[in-house]
Design a binder for this molecule. Structure first.
Ligand SMILES: Cc1cc2nc3c(=O)[nH]c(=O)nc-3n(C[C@H](O)[C@H](O)[C@H](O)COP(=O)(O)OP(=O)(O)OC[C@H]3O[C@@H](n4cnc5c(N)ncnc54)[C@H](O)[C@@H]3O)c2cc1C
Length: 375
């Protein structure tokens, strides 16, 4: 079905973020002949990385190259892309009003936040130069390249304890650096001792090395520690405030709770990639983007089909001068135009008879029961 021309929204979907999640959603939607606008700030989370790992068939690719190919492959489908920040978005009856950094206001029937997260980098000297070369946050991304090296796990919270345990998969020589008095309890300390993981609780002053390669960790007191790489757990936050502004529900990690089709708990709003809860890997972000694209198209299809059907019935009704039922149908058409779902006869069958998902406390619905069409 061609992109709609019979609704007031200019775009079928606006996608905030042109990273792996956003581009993947755009690819699915473009191939569904949807009118799509991708807005990107051009600040991907992994800007400091030189090689992307763990993506089937793309292991080791330059992350910028992956995005370049992704953008290039959108061209045949007429997806529009602009390098511009989305500064605001609001839910309106027929979808969303999206404000761009240049003041333009765009109408969209569906909105996808694929805006990613930002890592809080350790604040000691040398961290910025080594970030992405020998200072990392994710062992699944960079653990293999650091295998069998002397490793440091850094973080002030209890998560760094888990990180230190996890790093034993890649190296037997792991030291936990807490950068200050830790909150480790006696049981944690005993476990670390049993596993041969020493703990350094002194404040870190700087990282020393050459060409971004870590050689030693220098503390405010005590001997420096020779290390080949450091992994850190110092937290992250959403790149964009839009999810919060639109009323999404967040988990304790600061990512958005979504249903299994990446629905963000607000009608017509989807959140995919690192910004939503799940494993934070490029391949997962791309998969979530694809799922969101699929679900968005399903919802749009239903609206388009309902509109087309009602339009035909209204035309036929008008010809037969059956004015009695026309008012109802007219109000249904208006409801679809306002972005409200109209219950269709096929709804129950398409849901496999499972019915409407029951809302949870977060309003997202029962994940297992939720279907792509139920937004
Ligand atoms: C150093 C490092 C190395 C990594 N290595 C790997 C690896 O080897 N393998 C792997 O699988 N994963 C790796 N990751 C994780 C990976 O980067 C993320 O999982 C992935 O980038 C998530 O994709 P995304 O599309 O959700 O977000 P992003 O890639 O962060 O893209 C989001 C985009 O949205 C844009 N944006 C945000 N807000 C707005 C706005 N308001 N308006 C317009 N645009 C906006 C941002 O500028 C950005 O371009 C690494 C991460 C880091 C930090």
């Amino acid at each position: 079905m061609p992109s709609t021309t019979n609704t007031p929204a200019a775009y079928d979907a606006v996608i905030v973020g042109g990273g792996p999640a956003g581009l993947s959603a755009a690819l699915i939607l473009g191939r569904c002949r949807r009118r799509v606008l991708v807005c990107d700030l051009g600040k991907p989370r992994n800007f400091a990385s030189h090689a992307l790992h763990g993506f089937l068939s793309r292991d080791g690719i330059d992350p910028a190259e992956l995005l370049r190919v992704g953008r290039e492959q959108l061209e045949p489908y007429g997806v529009e892309m602009i390098l511009r920040e989305v500064t605001d978005a609001a839910r309106v009856p027929d979808g969303f009003r999206v404000t761009l950094g240049d003041g333009r206001v765009i109408a969209a029937r569906r909105l996808l936040l694929a805006s990613g997260v930002v890592d809080r980098l350790p604040q000691f000297e040398g961290a910025a130069e080594m970030y992405g070369r020998s200072l990392f946050h994710c062992p699944y991304c960079d653990g293999w390249e650091s295998r069998d090296m002397p490793l440091a796990a850094y973080g002030p919270g209890r998560e760094a304890y888990g990180l230190a345990l996890g790093l034993k998969t890649w190296s037997q020589d792991v030291v936990l650096c807490t950068g200050g008095k830790s909150r480790l309890v006696a049981r944690d300390r005993a476990r670390l001792r049993r596993l041969g993981i020493p703990v350094r609780e002194e404040a870190i002053v700087r990282l020393e090395g050459e060409d971004g390669r870590l050689r030693r960790v220098v503390f405010a007191a005590g001997e420096p520690l020779d290390r080949g790489a450091m992994f850190f757990k110092t937290g992250q936050h959403q790149r964009s405030p839009l999810a919060q502004r639109l009323g999404c529900d967040f988990n304790s990690r600061g990512t958005v709770r979504t249903n299994r089709f990446e629905g963000g708990g607000v009608p017509g709003l989807y959140v995919a990639g690192d910004a939503s809860e799940d494993v934070q890997l490029v391949v997962v972000a791309a998969a979530e983007g694809a799922k969101a694209g699929f679900a968005m198209n399903k919802g749009l299809q239903k609206e388009d089909l309902a509109l087309a059907e009602l339009g035909r019935r209204e035309a036929a009704g008008g010809r037969r001068k059956r004015t009695g039922s026309r008012a109802t149908r007219g109000s249904e058409t208006a409801a679809v135009l306002r972005g409200q779902r109209v219950r269709e006869p096929s709804d129950q069958q398409e849901r496999g008879g499972r019915g409407t998902p029951r809302p949870t406390r977060s309003g997202i619905g029962n994940r297992k029961e939720q279907n792509a069409e139920d937004e």
